[in-house]
Design a protein around this ligand. Structure first.
Ligand code: FAD
Length: 428
């Protein structure tokens, strides 16, 4: 392998920008394809909502970002940093430990300009097809893209997929009667501001970070908010903080006359159901399903959530792991890919990588974990420690301590209070 490999990076969000920086550092030729007219991905807030508020209609115009207007980060800025470009040391207009989304976008623009990444990006260019072809035993990739209606086809030595994982809503399929419910339903992907919920009775499904955050905001204007949760950690009953908010277990069914009935026996005639049920993977341009398949919550087989063994290191994914520290993970994955492509690190054999994936799937089965847990790493340092060791990255002790402290706060007080507890510990 030589250092002159031509590498396509798909997406100019955190993952694409970081991958581009690492590949450029290894003197590889990098082209970043970005379908929108700006960088930042999720962090480029878009006030538009989609025509289909559930995000099901394949013909709708897709809005990429799922941010809502008031969103502030759910991680402290120090843990949304890169090892040599620290958000914690930079303040643009919002000095808070957990700043608003505008601050993150400013940080990413600064990052791109500092490392001269913008010149690598082809904006308004949507990748429509990535297909592997065999060229004398070495894989090559046909990348088809469309810029303002004009198609182009190019061949690359490697492709790094960084198209994000928070755009395609994942909806529950197991609520009897929901298919005939005729009132408004939407997914949090299309939530921007609370005003449309004024004086409404709202049922929120899901109590993850978005469910918790959005419910609180809606409760300021809605008549009633009823949150349905699968988690055994949620205290059921009336909220301690809001007079008009109740926590319930799962929805049992929706009756023919439209009543939403919960497992605790409570039922309500609601105006709207808001699904805060997360997202599914979506890589429509990848045409190599026999080598790597994309299911709702599993892309595989992938060695360490990055490389399909059969095409490693020429094809890779950045940013798939869920429930963790996206920026930190994205940086070490990107460096690992760049080092593997430039022969600085070697990967195990294809068989060894594959058997590690099989082992991971078997362990999940033994533990009774569903397929959707495939890329959920849990808020643990193990994965990052392994990646940092592969690439010789030195991560400050302070960052590791912050990770551990944040996990401790989450475990102690849950999603609803961990930020306050963390802020008190760090005195801000
Ligand atoms: P994205 O940011 O989604 O970027 C993907 C890019 O790929 C986009 O620019 C898109 O336009 C482009 N693209 C997609 N398809 C194509 C194509 N076919 N051709 C060309 N370009 C394409 N993380 C944190 O660390 N802290 C937080 O507080 C936090 N809060 C969050 C809150 C919400 C509501 C959401 C949804 C996510 C949050 N995250 C948070 C996670 C967040 O997704 C990551 O921080 C990060 O933005 C992921 O970056 P990415 O580059 O993988 O994906």
């Amino acid at each position: 392998m030589t250092n002159s490999l031509k590498v396509a990076v798909i997406g100019a969000g955190v993952a694409g920008l970081t991958a581009a920086r690492e590949l450029q550092r290894e003197s590889l030729q990098v082209v970043v394809f970005e379908k929108s007219n700006q960088l930042g991905g999720t962090w480029a807030y878009d006030p538009r909502v989609e025509s289909d508020l559930l995000g099901v209609d394949p013909k709708r115009d897709v809005v990429h970002s799922s941010l809502y207007k008031s969103l502030k980060t759910n991680l402290p800025r120090e843990l949304m940093s890169f090892t040599d470009f620290k958000f914690g040391e930079k303040v643009y207009s919002d000095p808070r430990l957990f700043p608003g989304h505008e601050e993150v976008l400013m940080f990413l623009k600064d990052f791109a300009s500092h490392f001269e990444l913008t010149k690598l990006i082809r904006f308004n260019t949507m990748v429509t097809r990535v297909e592997v072809v065999d060229s004398a035993g070495i894989p090559e990739f046909v990348v088809e893209s469309n810029t303002n209606g004009v198609n182009s086809v190019e061949v690359f030595d490697a492709v790094v997929i960084c198209n994000g994982r928070n755009t395609q809503p994942l909806l529950p399929t197991d609520i009897p009667g929901i298919e005939t419910w005729s009132r408004k339903q939407m997914h949090s992907h299309n939530y921007r501001v609370p005003e449309p919920f004024r004086d409404q009775i709202v049922v929120v499904i899901g109590s993850g970070p978005s469910g918790v955050d959005i419910s609180k905001e809606i409760a300021m204007v809605a008549k009633e908010v009823h949150i349905s949760s699968r988690s055994s950690l949620v205290k059921l009953g009336k909220s301690d903080k809001f007079n008009n908010m109740w926590h319930h277990p799962e929805i049992k069914c929706i009756s023919k006359d439209g009543l939403i009935m919960f497992e605790d026996g409570f039922s309500i005639d609601a105006d709207v159901i808001l699904h805060c049920t997360g997202y599914k993977f979506h890589v429509p341009f990848l045409k190599s399903s026999s080598i790597v398949s994309v299911e709702d919550k599993r892309i595989g087989p992938l060695y360490k959530h990055v490389f399909p063994p059969q095409l490693a290191p020429r094809l890779s994914f950045v940013g798939l792991p869920e429930h963790n520290f996206a920026f930190l993970i994205i940086e070490c994955q990107s460096r690992w890919i760049a080092h593997a492509l430039s022969n600085k690190v070697s990967l195990p054999s294809e068989d060894e990588m594959l058997s590690e994936v099989v082992k991971h799937y078997e362990e999940m089965k033994e533990k009774g974990l569903p397929e959707k847990a495939t890329h959920q790493l849990g808020f643990k340092l193990d994965y990052m420690n392994w990646m940092w060791a592969q690439t010789g990255m030195v991560v400050e002790k302070r960052i590791k301590e912050m990770v551990e402290c944040l996990v401790h706060c989450l475990m102690t007080v849950g999603l609803d209070g961990y930020m306050d507890m963390f802020s008190q510990i760090y005195g801000r």
